[in-house]
Design a protein around this ligand. Structure first.
Ligand code: ZN
Ligand code: ZN
Length: 392
């Protein structure tokens, strides 16, 4: 089966590059992936798959029925949205949309999803069960997975596979991570309310700026003293608003931030912990506060058995030299984790680095991918999906 998958992938390579470049030059923002969805749907229909559009707003779902009698259902999820970034790669297939760019590799992910469907639709007589392809919108805004799940795409799904490109892994290599792959990412808003007054008479006012500065400092210090350093938490206050004039004591300050953590228990405890710190600082000075802790996405926790399937698929396909076991997770976030609340799954990293030119991080206006990675991604995904049926 592996050699058949590889042969078809090699034959399809020029078409896959063409698909990826088309997607790259026609990026669409989160929740507006109408042209992308139509294009994806066209490719899937031409492979004979049953396609449903407008699932999860602008998502596409397609099913490939195998010919066996295994009732398990495997989902393959890829994301389709681009970012509000002005591309500066200088590529001849660079974005045609001013201010919008595929700077997170979702054009490659979509191509991997399509390539997997193209290959496995030619080998469906060898598939024991059904594969459901999920082409998700709005990953960058952490909305798309919720929309898709609300439209029941995870019904009856037994396992889910995903992929994300990674610019620090060589192009054509695969990164495998057991356990936590990405962090939980939550949004934090703290509003501290004091009392305004003359800048010369602080004892008659409640200085919200001074209290906010203590809140920020104490949160950072207390994290290091109260959380297990082997279970990381990152709290970043990225925005602060308050005050009206240099000589007027501010009556209100608003702090906005992001909170990242890897362990579900840590993540669960954070809102109360932050609340207790803020309360303990405001209370002695008579300030009031409100805390709005909004859950974003949970941490992606890769399932060990499914991760092992992808690892062995990649090793058989490319040899151990091109499979990297990742020792560290990322504190980035990925809404793939929301599917994992419905079925176990795993996401692998697809190396897209060039050996001989500068590589840029994800979300950078010069981010570019080594297109060797496309065949690697497609074969790894297709073969992992096939191997899924033979594991119990
Ligand atoms: Zn991104
Ligand atoms: Zn991404």
């Amino acid at each position: 089966m592996l050699s058949q998958i590889k042969d078809i992938a090699v034959a399809l390579a020029p078409r896959l590059i063409e698909i990826r470049r088309h997607l790259h030059s026609h990026p669409e923002l989160s929740g507006q992936e109408y042209q992308t969805a139509a294009y994806v749907s066209g490719v899937l229909s031409s492979c004979g798959l049953r396609v449903q559009e407008l699932v999860g707003k602008t998502g596409v779902v397609a099913e490939l029925a195998g010919s066996g009698e295994d009732l398990r259902l495997l989902a393959v999820r890829t994301d389709m949205d681009a970012l509000p970034i002005q591309e500066r790669t200088g590529l001849d297939f660079a974005s045609h949309q001013p201010g919008i760019m595929h700077a997170c590799g979702h054009d490659v992910h979509t191509t991997v999803g399509l390539g997997t469907a193209m290959i496995l639709s030619q080998l469906s007589e060898k598939l024991p069960g059904t594969i459901r392809f999920l082409f998700q919108p709005a990953e960058e805004t952490a909305q798309g997975a919720r929309w898709m799940i609300r439209d029941n795409v995870m019904d009856k799904v037994n396992a889910v596979l995903g992929v994300h490109v990674f610019p620090t892994i060589p192009g054509g290599s695969v990164g495998i991570r057991y356990g936590a792959l990405t962090a939980a990412a939550d949004d934090l808003e703290i509003v501290i309310t004091g009392e305004s007054g003359h800048g010369a008479r602080p004892h008659e006012a409640i200085d919200a700026i001074w209290i906010a500065s203590q809140v920020i400092t104490t949160l950072q210090q207390a994290i290091s003293r109260t959380h297990n350093p082997l279970r990381p938490v990152v709290l970043t206050i990225g925005q602060i608003q308050g005050g009206r004039a240099p000589n007027v004591i501010a009556d209100q300050v608003r702090l906005l931030g992001t909170v990242r953590s890897l362990h579900p228990e840590t993540s669960a405890a954070l809102p109360n912990w932050i609340d207790s710190i803020v309360a303990s600082i405001c209370q002695p000075y008579g300030a009031k506060y409100s805390l709005n802790y909004r859950r974003g996405v949970p941490s992606v926790q890769n399932d060990p058995a499914l991760t092992q399937i992808v690892e062995s698929a990649a090793e058989e396909a490319w040899g151990c030299d091109r499979v990297e076991i990742l020792l560290e997770p990322s504190l980035g976030a990925e809404d793939f984790s929301l599917y994992l609340e419905h079925a176990p799954g795993t996401m692998f990293r697809l190396g897209v680095a060039f050996p001989d030119q500068p590589n840029y991080p994800l979300h950078h206006p010069q981010f570019h991918v080594n297109e060797n990675a496309i065949i690697t991604g497609v074969v790894t995904m297709a073969y992992s999906a096939y191997k899924y049926w033979f594991h119990r």
